[in-house]
Design a protein around this ligand. Structure first.
Ligand SMILES: Cc1cc2nc3c(=O)[nH]c(=O)nc-3n(C[C@H](O)[C@H](O)[C@H](O)COP(=O)(O)OP(=O)(O)OC[C@H]3O[C@@H](n4cnc5c(N)ncnc54)[C@H](O)[C@@H]3O)c2cc1C
Length: 455
């Protein structure tokens, strides 16, 4: 892939969340100067768990992130339980996950994960120049021709490349001309935290022992679902509680306000398994998670400005891939602007970025919307075809664990760069997936019968 045009860039990243910190790491390692502009000062965040499956974890290792700092729980299984009795309905074992995919499935607490990434981005140790973080800098406008960012405090800066990692309400997205077609989901979500030691003290089930991502409900095509993810080494149980929006509309309420009353959390669930209900009854920091369904955007960049993470492809949380997709975006930019890949043209590199990232993120986005009311569409459970309740919209289109974890981003980028240069790509991959890979849904990558566009 040797490309001789590499040059140093001065990069401005807007938004210092999971995606912003990740791209700062990836781009500093590629030899660039990075400044992150964050509107908040990160004080007073209320956190919850964030999933980092193998497709995210692999980049943490590639970037030499000290993963232990994030105090993760390494997941051993995905368990779907009966809504009323709590008995397992579908179990996806992760026993051979690391052996098969090379990396573990981590469950982090968001603040710990964020701190871990922030340290890696800003610290003196490590490859490249430490990134600089400027807080209380809210992006207001961008002049795309001059690459000038104007902040709400009136100050301006200019960069060679601007990355909009400013989350679901992105200002950068507006500035690149995307006005989302979005609607509130028919589903609401409240989140609460339960301390494992509180549950154990009260004689309740110690779910932390399972080291599992556990789901109640989700099989019946209803909106009701409880998702439990242990984090902070098992000390904290993070509960996402879903129910129909008509039973409580939180679309306009902000995450991070005062805790809501426990009654709001318990009201939708009169018939839920009593074991888990008792956990919810001692839940703290009850916060609304606003759920909006966004149609995919037409592109991820304009001129020398691009979108990353939730700014570019916000998704429902039901595939637990929001953070992983942001990390993958960051990895793609890290590769595209590294020696051997970057030809010196920011526009060329961003054109490939859109081609590589948009189809993959869009497929996950669409699968996340389906898994909202059918857990059989969720990566992992989508492989469990032999359970009596297994039913999916279209077997050939389910998102499989193989597509997520066998994906080789380097090969995907090389294929797209070859096309951009008018060259024939001779690698044995299509869109980053090995030709001949057999997916559990019967699809074989590169076969003539393969109808769906690949990730
Ligand atoms: C407070 C908070 C809690 C979250 N908790 C969870 C969770 O428990 N579980 C989960 O799965 N996901 C959670 N998420 C979402 C998850 O972190 C993201 O889906 C994922 O990590 C993608 O990251 P991102 O960097 O694209 O967006 P985010 O992580 O949302 O980061 C966006 C950043 O941009 C900043 N920003 C926004 N607008 C501007 C602007 N105009 N100028 C400058 N900066 C701006 C925001 O303050 C934020 O720091 C949370 C997000 C936030 C902000």
């Amino acid at each position: 892939m040797a490309s001789s045009g590499w040059r140093h860039l001065d990069v401005g990243v807007i938004g210092g969340g999971i995606g912003g910190m990740s791209v700062a790491i990836a781009l500093r390692r590629a030899g660039h100067t990075v400044t992150i502009y964050e509107r908040s000062d990160f004080a007073g965040e209320v956190g919850a768990s964030v999933s980092c499956a193998a497709n995210g974890t692999r980049w943490l290792h590639e970037w030499a992130v000290d993963v232990e700092k994030g105090d993760p729980v390494v997941l051993k299984s995905l368990i779907n339980r009966d809504w009323y009795t709590g008995e397992p309905v579908s179990v996806y074992s992760l026993d051979d996950y690391e052996k098969k995919w090379g990396y573990v499935y981590n469950m982090f607490h968001r603040q710990y994960m964020h701190a871990m990434l922030k340290d890696t981005a800003l610290q003196a140790e490590g490859k490249g120049e430490p990134a600089v973080l400027k807080v209380n800098q809210k992006c207001d406008k961008i002049d795309l021709d001059t690459n000038t960012i104007t902040f709400t405090n009136g100050s301006t800066v200019q960069h060679d490349l601007i990355v909009g990692a400013d989350g679901i309400g992105s200002a950068v997205r507006r500035e690149v001309g995307i006005h989302p077609a979005k609607r509130p989901s028919d589903q609401s979500c409240l989140h609460c935290n339960v301390m494992t030691e509180d549950a154990v003290r009260l004689g309740l089930v110690d779910y932390s022992q399972n080291a599992a991502l556990e789901y109640w409900g989700g099989q019946e095509g209803k909106w009701d679902k409880i998702v439990l993810s242990p984090c902070n080494g098992g000390k904290l149980l993070s509960y996402y509680c879903f129910f129909p929006r008509e039973q409580g509309d939180y679309t306009t309420q902000q995450w991070g306000a005062d805790s809501l009353p426990t009654e709001d959390l318990l009201r939708p669930y009169p018939k839920l398994d009593a074991q888990v209900l008792k956990h919810l009854a001692i839940g703290k920091e009850i916060q609304p998670w606003r759920l909006w369904v966004h149609e995919p955007y037409p592109y991820l960049h304009k001129q020398r400005t691009c979108l990353l993470g939730d700014a570019g492809h916000p998704m429902m949380p039901h595939q637990s891939q929001g953070a992983c997709m942001a990390i993958e975006d960051a990895a793609a930019l890290g590769i595209l602007f590294s020696e051997g890949y970057f030809n010196g043209s920011v526009e060329d590199a961003l054109a490939v970025y859109t081609q590589v990232r948009l189809p993959r993120a869009t497929k996950v986005q669409s699968a996340a919307a389906k898994a909202a009311y059918n857990i059989n569409e969720r990566i992992g459970f989508s492989n469990n075809k032999d359970i009596p309740t297994y039913k999916v919209e279209d077997q050939k289109k389910v998102l499989t664990i193989e597509e997520m974890n066998a994906y080789d981003m380097y090969r995907d980028i090389e294929e797209k760069i070859a096309a951009q240069n008018g060259q024939k790509y001779s690698g044995k991959f299509i869109c980053g997936l090995p030709i001949g890979l057999q997916l559990p849904n019967g699809v074989v990558i590169g076969s003539e019968q393969e109808e769906q566009p690949r990730l």
